[in-house]
Design a binder for this molecule. Structure first.
Ligand code: AHR
Length: 343
């Protein structure tokens, strides 16, 4: 399994802080307590991993999503490869509260560690704090949380993911080069309140704002979803006939948009260009076929780095506050070499 280079950012978290998790309840908070009835006021230590260690995994739910499936498979597959006891209960609806319930179930089950892919920042951050209070070390993957609520190195060990702001900025920079700084853009945002949507929008919009010849005509969420992308495109694009580019926050929405354009008698790549984020196999093929002009990579294969990190933490090693992928950009000039590793 090939991973892009990972860089360490931020301050170091150390485990085994004496007195952080002991018989004295420093929090005074209600909620679930740890295995021996304690409440932890900072990062709980872990004993070295064994096959009996229970690691809970709370993936966010998405109705459609090649990225999400690749991410889940990477984590479930890596746990199996290393012989770990992964407690994974897939979601059933895309409501953030449903993910909250699944996190609470694993806190109540007193798992030894938790891996969480947060649906959004607002709803999930308090659950990270709740897990820490219950003396369960949390490893966040993919999307981030609100660090004013859940603090890295205190409430959770680390975030293993992609720099979403950089992904948006890379996409904008590609578009600026391609159009010599002239474009009218419709932006399809991901799930409202998710760090992926917030960060990508921030990175992209900031770069575009520096270009006097570029304008974002409208920006609307289509929830990172194929069907919603299709439906929003049908409703939105006829209102903006001068738009010549679409920025879609993920490949799934791009697939829906391509379909909607066809239904409107238009061809992506001819009548309007699409720039996207992810790097799925289908998206990469669309780049090769000229239907998507550019894709900024968001590598979902976090399984190996996640379990390396959990192992290190359980041995008492220092862990950086975040471990971020370095993402690449793909267009017609380099897509052929990427296609074999696309997910
Ligand atoms: O958080 C990562 C994003 O979530 C991926 O870009 C997307 O495909 C998924 O829905």
């Amino acid at each position: 399994m090939k991973m892009t280079r990972l860089v360490e950012i931020g301050s170091l978290a150390m485990v085994g802080v004496l007195g952080a998790c002991g018989s004295s309840t420093t929090d005074g908070a209600g909620g679930t307590t740890g295995k021996t009835g304690q409440t932890c006021s900072t990062l709980p230590p872990m004993t070295p991993l064994t096959a009996a260690t229970k690691i809970g995994f709370v993936q966010l739910y998405e109705a459609s999503g090649l990225w999400r499936t690749a991410n889940t498979n990477s984590i479930v597959g890596e746990a199996a490869k290393r012989g770990y006891n992964l407690v994974y209960n897939p979601g059933t609806t895309d409501a953030a509260q449903e993910q909250v319930s699944r996190i609470q179930e694993l806190i109540d089950a007193k798992v030894d560690a938790l891996i969480i892919a947060p649906h959004d920042e607002t709803t999930i951050s308090p659950m990270v704090v709740a897990a820490r209070k219950a003396c369960i070390p949390v490893f966040i993957e993919d999307r981030g949380v609100d660090n004013t609520v859940a603090i890295p190195g205190v409430d959770y060990v680390t975030l293993i993911g992609s720099d979403m702001v950089t992904e948006g900025a890379l996409t904008a920079q590609w578009l600026i080069n391609k159009t010599a700084g002239k474009a009218k853009i419709v932006e399809f945002e991901g799930t409202i309140g998710s760090s992926a949507a917030v960060g990508r929008k921030k990175g992209f919009d900031l770069e575009i704002a520096k270009q006097p010849g570029m304008q974002i005509l409208v920006s609307q969420s289509a929830d990172f979803d194929v069907k919603t992308g299709h439906d929003v495109a049908l409703q939105l694009l006829p209102k903006y006939p001068t738009a010549d580019w679409i920025f879609s926050h993920n490949d799934g929405m791009s697939f829906g948009i391509i379909q909607a354009l066809q239904e409107m008698g238009k061809t992506s790549g001819k009548d309007i260009g699409i720039v996207s984020i992810d790097g799925t196999k289908q998206g990469a093929q669309d780049v090769a076929d000229g239907l998507i002009a550019e894709i900024t990579e968001c590598n979902p294969k976090f399984g190996p780095i996640l379990f390396d990190t959990i192992e290190k933490y359980s041995r008492g090693e220092a862990i950086a506050a975040s471990l971020m992928n370095t993402d690449r950009t793909f267009d017609s000039t380099n897509i052929a070499s990427y296609l074999p590793e696309a997910f």
